[in-house]
Ligand binder design. Structure first.
Ligand SMILES: Nc1nc2c(ncn2[C@@H]2O[C@H](COP(=O)(O)OP(=O)(O)OP(=O)(O)O)[C@@H](O)[C@H]2O)c(=O)[nH]1
Ligand SMILES: [Mg+2]
Length: 243
């Protein structure tokens, strides 16, 4: 199978009902042998019913009995994915499935990871400023990650890259914000691909900027002490003793 699209979802009934058929239509149009894997993170709206309607050969899902958060949803998607490439896409319809072929193209050209870069962001100036600060301070200055938009909701990885990353967000509060930093720490080759971005057409965002900022900064500290230190120590060990 060419591609698994992982959709972490919490209370996205209205969006999933449109997004999943749109993704399947993209597969059809571009001759992609693909599947969709939805993680219903203990939604309290009609998300489970919508998923039950959509499920079939090319649509699978899992449901968490308690809310574990987006990063754990992504980790579950990585675990269950069957594709030789795996995309992570927000299920709020702020991204366009028609951008998936360009990301696949970047992997076909040799990248391990294709990171979507929102060229014309539909966010308000405040959100854009928070994001710029995050990219400049957390990603670039503190972690040396030189990508334009580390936090976009559309990214793609080769299955091999996922294996090499060993992504385990359990020590972090907001591990999904560190996916690209994780890839960089794992010495993966990252391509940046321009993508479209839209206003959320339905449902609502649960992001609270200050809480998000505080938890992400705590995570930065943990990330440096755990993931980065482990990789450095792994690199120092003789090759024969590495996993
Ligand atoms: N698995 C899981 N997914 C979640 C959770 N919270 C949000 N999501 C999903 O993560 C994606 C992005 O959520 P949003 O709340 O829109 O966050 P965002 O796009 O970073 O923020 P905005 O820019 O405000 O839209 C959507 O697909 C949500 O359904 C959660 O607790 N668990
Ligand atoms: Mg969103």
């Amino acid at each position: 199978m060419d591609l698994t699209v992982v959709l972490p979802a919490r209370n996205e009934a209205e969006n999933l009902g449109r997004l999943v058929p749109d993704i399947l239509a993209t597969f059809e149009r571009h001759g992609i042998d693909g599947e969709v894997f939805v993680i219903d993170d203990s939604s309290t709206d009609a998300t489970p019913d919508v998923i039950a309607e959509l499920e079939g050969d090319r649509v699978r899902s899992t449901r968490f009995p308690v809310n574990l958060g987006r990063a754990h949803g992504i980790a579950a998607g990585f675990h269950h994915a069957k594709g030789s490439a795996v995309a992570v896409m927000d299920s709020d319809r702020q991204y366009d499935p028609e951008d998936l072929p360009a990301l696949l193209g970047a992997l076909a050209d040799g990248a391990d990871v294709a990171n979507g870069v929102r060229v014309d962001r539909a966010d308000n100036p405040w959100r854009r400023a928070v994001s710029r600060t995050y990219n400049a301070i957390v990603m670039r200055a503190a972690l040396g990650v030189r990508v334009e938009d580390a936090n976009s909701g559309l990214k793609m990885f080769t299955a091999d890259a996922i294996e090499r990353m060993g992504y385990d967000p359990s020590s972090l509060h907001r591990g999904h914000r560190f996916l690209i930093a994780w890839a960089v720490a794992s010495d993966l080759d990252i391509a940046e691909v321009p993508i479209r971005h839209f206003d959320r057409p339905a449902g609502r965002s649960y992001i609270k900027a200050f809480r998000e900022g505080r938890l992400t900064l705590l995570d930065l500290w943990t990330f440096r002490r755990t993931v980065i230190r482990d990789r450095r120590e792994g690199a120092k060990r003789p090759a024969s003793s590495r996993r």
